[in-house]
Design a protein around this ligand. Structure first.
Ligand code: ZN
Length: 114
């Protein structure tokens, strides 16, 4: 087992970490947009095929893909310390979507004023 290194949480991200953080934040927004997209997506399906043989599998597939995205996002490693950015993901996949801070070293998505 690797020893944990401690980094001060106020330390600003270096350019490589910053690039990774921006990518993570973009992925979070994409997955949230996907989940929100279920609502207009299901309206369209109801309009096109008002019969539940299409609607139910469509909804289940959409949610399954969203959870898979969220799981992939939650599995992202922290660019600074290399540990899971979101350790809570084992309890709740969706916590990866709203997590903005590494639970190990404190590196935060919020340190990038953009
Ligand atoms: Zn970290």
């Amino acid at each position: 087992m690797r020893t944990r290194r401690f980094y001060p949480s106020w330390l600003p991200p270096n350019p490589r970490e910053r690039t990774e953080l921006l990518r993570m934040r973009r992925k979070q927004h994409l997955v949230i947009a996907w989940m929100v997209g279920l609502i207009p997506g299901s309206w369209i399906i109801v309009l096109l095929a008002p019969d539940e043989t299409v609607f139910v599998p469509f909804t289940l597939l959409w949610i399954a893909v969203g959870l898979w995205f969220a799981e992939r996002l939650g599995a992202t490693r922290c660019p600074r310390c290399g540990y899971d950015f979101c350790e809570k993901r084992e309890l709740a996949y969706l916590s990866g979507l709203f997590n903005s801070r590494c639970e190990n070293c404190g590196l935060s998505l919020g340190t990038m004023a953009d």
